[in-house]
Design a binder for this molecule. Structure first.
Ligand code: TYD
Ligand code: MG
Length: 451
């Protein structure tokens, strides 16, 4: 590595000089100039355009080298969310609420990837080594061949990584890291951005995969990780309700696989357990058919998942009726209420409406429109829908029902879980299935007529 020359940087205005002085010429600040060794000896200090650029025809890129193999962790839920294992030299962000289980998940992932043959280092900035070891013992991973470091200084971390040359480095968490050339507190946007930038460029340069952990509160209170999202290849969110034991790992961005893929886990006394059949889990709390409940046959990423929508409709004591929704988009609920009112003549004025997706699941597919409408109608009319029926379909503002993709997969999953009937939009590419009767409808009004 070539020896990099030091520069002097004003911590107040960011201007650089080649020699130290007591006062910054640019901003006039006293005592603000600090010597800074560039963190990495890159092709810095060259003027743009000075070196020769190089480009290749796309066709030349293929054929010569096989794509680098992905590493399979054997944690199936994680591998699926990653798009089929970990891509070498990739940078990932795992975001989620504090306390949701990110450190637990990543310690388990570290052990799994280490057992799959990768050299893994887990760098904790939040817990002492002894605490991480205690957690590892609790997870039954005491013998896992994972290296452990507790550091928060970015320069030390990069040195550790240069020396260790791991295949995978896990940084828990990006908010605790600080670059000593940035004059703000750890966790501030500029610190998070600087740390993430250094670590992701290290990943690309040295062929190390880097997983960054970031705390995000529900209302996006801690802004840090958001600025990291565009720097990394893959963004995973670890979600779940505190009171529930289910945890969902969701790919919101993935350069190497389908976005919106989910992995489902259950938090147990000895760590996160994989849930191979999430539909069964999400429907497990369903009792006898009751008004306001509708089962939606959805698709999450590449996998069909059945979830239950629950609605409650009650006369409001307030002048302004309440619309409360958990796990589904509030704007979309307002739209469906408007369509029911304008196209089907079913008013919701003067009624409070509560909508909930069971099991702490979040649904974003428009295909759930019909399930939401069904739950609302059933709650309003106080009539239970048939227990063995699933529904799906997108509703347009005209009240027409639009076909949605993957009808076949949805019906197959429903049948697997013992459902015998389905209400689906007309015109979908549905292959008739034995054992499940699909009723095709083309407008919300005809569904209302049936109920
Ligand atoms: P943690 O991984 O520390 O969360 P994060 O890193 O996202 O802040 O998980 C903390 C929670 O998980 C804590 O409330 C306890 C619970 N937990 C279990 O239920 N079982 C376990 O085996 C472990 C390790 C944690
Ligand atoms: Mg943690």
């Amino acid at each position: 590595m070539a020896k990099s020359s030091a520069t002097f940087v004003c911590q107040s205005c960011g201007s650089t000089t080649t020699k130290w002085s007591g006062r910054c010429d640019a901003c006039g600040e006293w005592n603000s100039i600090v010597e800074e060794v560039p963190l990495a000896a890159g092709p810095a200090s060259k003027t743009l355009g000075a070196s020769k650029g190089r480009s290749l025809p796309l066709s030349d890129l293929s054929g010569h080298e096989a794509p680098p193999p992905r590493t399979i962790s054997k944690l199936d839920e994680l591998d699926r969310v990653l798009g089929g294992g970990l891509v070498p030299a990739s940078a990932l962000l795992v975001g989620g609420d504090p306390g949701i289980g990110k450190s637990t998940l990543l310690l388990q992932a570290a052990a799994a990837f280490a057992n799959a043959g990768l050299k893994v280092i887990y760098i904790s900035g939040e817990e002492a080594s002894a605490q991480v070891r205690m957690r590892a013992a609790r997870l039954g991973l005491r013998e896992a061949p994972v290296k452990l470091a507790t550091e928060t200084n970015l320069r030390d971390i990069l040195t550790t990584l240069e020396n260790e040359k791991p295949d995978l480095a896990i940084i828990d968490s990006i908010q605790t890291m600080w670059a000593d050339n940035v004059a703000s507190a750890p966790g501030s946007v500029s610190q998070v951005r600087a740390s993430a930038h250094e670590l992701t460029s290290f990943a690309k340069r040295r062929g190390t995969s880097v997983i960054l952990v970031g705390h995000v509160t529900k209302d996006g209170q801690i802004a840090g990780p958001r600025v990291v999202e565009h720097m990394v290849d893959t963004v995973l969110y670890f979600e779940g309700e505190r009171g529930h034991q289910f945890r969902i790992l969701r790919a919101v961005k993935n350069r190497f696989g389908p976005a919106d893929e989910i992995g489902v886990f259950e938090m147990t006394g000895s760590g996160l357990a994989e849930v191979a059949n999430p539909s069964a889990l999400f429907l497990s709390e369903r009792g006898d058919p009751s008004p306001g409940s509708a089962v939606f046959a959805g698709i999450e990423g590449t996998r069909p998942v059945l979830v239950e929508f629950q609605a409650l409709v009650a006369p409001t004591p307030h002048s302004q009726p309440r619309r409360s929704v958990v796990g589904w988009d509030g704007g979309r609920l307002a739209m469906i209420l408007a369509v029911l009112e304008a196209r089907c003549g079913i008013p919701f004025a003067g009624l409070d409406v509560y909508l909930n997706v069971a099991g702490g699941m979040k649904v974003s597919e428009p295909a759930a429109d019909l399930a939401v409408a069904a739950a609302l109608l059933s709650a309003r009319e106080d009539i239970a829908l048939p227990a063995e029926t699933v529904v799906f379909g997108e509703i347009s503002l005209s009240g027409a029902l639009r076909p949605v993709g993957q009808t076949e997969n949805r019906l197959k999953e429903a049948q697997k879980l013992g459902f015998t009937a389905a209400i689906v939009p007309k015109g979908g590419k549905s292959v008739p299935r034995d054992g499940i009767a699909a009723t095709e409808i083309d407008a919300l009004a005809s569904f209302v007529g049936d109920v």
